[in-house]
Ligand binder design. Structure first.
Ligand SMILES: [Zn+2]
Length: 334
């Protein structure tokens, strides 16, 4: 008995020391487990890109995000590797993406709203030619809404503005970043609507896009809730504006801000009964795959590929929140 009593506290002490060195492993694992369950089969790529699945993380591991201020363009890659044809997704929503990054056209009774613009090398091929191919006029673009000022989502804005006279809409902090640039692929847009922390309701004709400030990925990241129509039936869509967290490091406030933003847009999506989740990276919402499925005849009772239901939309935001909490702990951020 005496031996047992002496050994047990010693082992317990070793176990505690081990736990302390490894940081709060249980918490990290618990958050990863919650994220994994939420991700299911449909949000595996989001899980893979956000969650610290491969512990312990090496510096720069986990597909680090371009940090704030990033946005440099790669050399124009071979068109065969990125070009995707445009698709009509809903009665009033069109996908103008490349295989990797998405740009969307929301049509209204008073013109077109473009949501995110991709790299400059895609502007003509995907957005201008895409609209034309789908029977829409690029000169009817009235607004270009940018989720955040990184090159994979904002480089086409200035060219579209020149073409159509559209107003560019961006988060206030990302306008600061944009206007501080000396030069930029595709040019620098003229300042239009600047969205602050309180958000903005952007109405064009019969359509309102409810814009939410969701700082985290960048200080000015925006996310949206807006209506789409499937064969005349209105359905609400939630648009997640900024995803990666790889540059946050030990900056606890930034992790917390990101998580708070995901909670905010998730709550707005729930309140609006959003049944569609959209993103600006095809790997997160499966846009390129789903867009091609749209063209195939649907089986009886089969739902629209983009209408995933409210629970699935919420699962998406749960993956973002839980992975960020796990990654914050893994980074030792306070
Ligand atoms: Zn970004």
């Amino acid at each position: 008995m005496k031996i047992v009593y002496k050994i047990t506290p010693m082992l317990a002490g070793l176990a505690l020391a081990g736990a302390a060195i490894a940081q709060p492993a249980d918490s990290i694992d618990a958050h990863i487990a919650t994220a994994r369950t939420a991700a299911g089969a449909d949000y595996r790529n989001t899980l893979l890109n956000l969650c610290p699945l491969f512990a312990p993380a090496q510096p720069g591991a986990g597909r680090g995000a371009p940090g704030r201020g990033a946005g440099g363009a790669p050399a124009t890659p071979d068109r065969a590797g990125w070009y995707a044809p445009p698709f009509k997704i809903f009665d009033n929503l069109y996908w103008l993406g490349s295989r990797q990054f998405s740009s969307w056209a929301l049509t209204t009774s008073a013109g077109i709203i473009i949501i995110d613009t991709n790299f400059a090398y895609t502007t003509q091929a995907e957005i201008v030619d895409g609209l034309t191919k789908l029977g829409l006029n690029p000169k009817d673009i009235k607004y270009v809404i940018l989720s955040h000022a990184h090159g994979d989502h904002d480089q086409g804005a200035a060219d579209l503005q020149k073409l159509s006279g559209a107003q560019v809409v961006m988060g206030a902090a990302d306008w600061d970043m944009t206007l501080a640039r000396k030069e930029y692929p595709g040019g620098i847009p003229t300042k239009g609507i600047s969205v602050g922390a309180q958000g903005h309701k952007l109405t064009l004709g019969d359509t309102t896009v409810d814009i939410y400030a969701t700082p985290g990925h960048t200080d000015g990241t925006l996310s949206y809730i807006f209506p789409v129509k499937d064969g005349g039936r209105p359905v609400m869509a939630a648009y997640s504006g900024g995803t990666l967290t790889g540059a946050f490091g030990t900056n606890g406030a930034r992790w917390d801000e990101y998580v708070a933003s995901q909670k905010k847009i998730a709550a707005a999506a729930a309140a609006a009964n959003a049944q569609v989740i959209l993103s600006n990276h095809s790997e997160y919402d499966g846009a390129y795959t789903k867009a091609r499925l749209i063209a195939a005849p649907r089986q009886a009772g089969e739902t629209h590929p983009f209408i995933v239901g409210q629970a699935s939309v919420q699962r998406y935001f749960t993956v973002m929140q839980e992975c960020a909490i796990a990654a914050k702990l893994r980074n030792g951020a306070k």
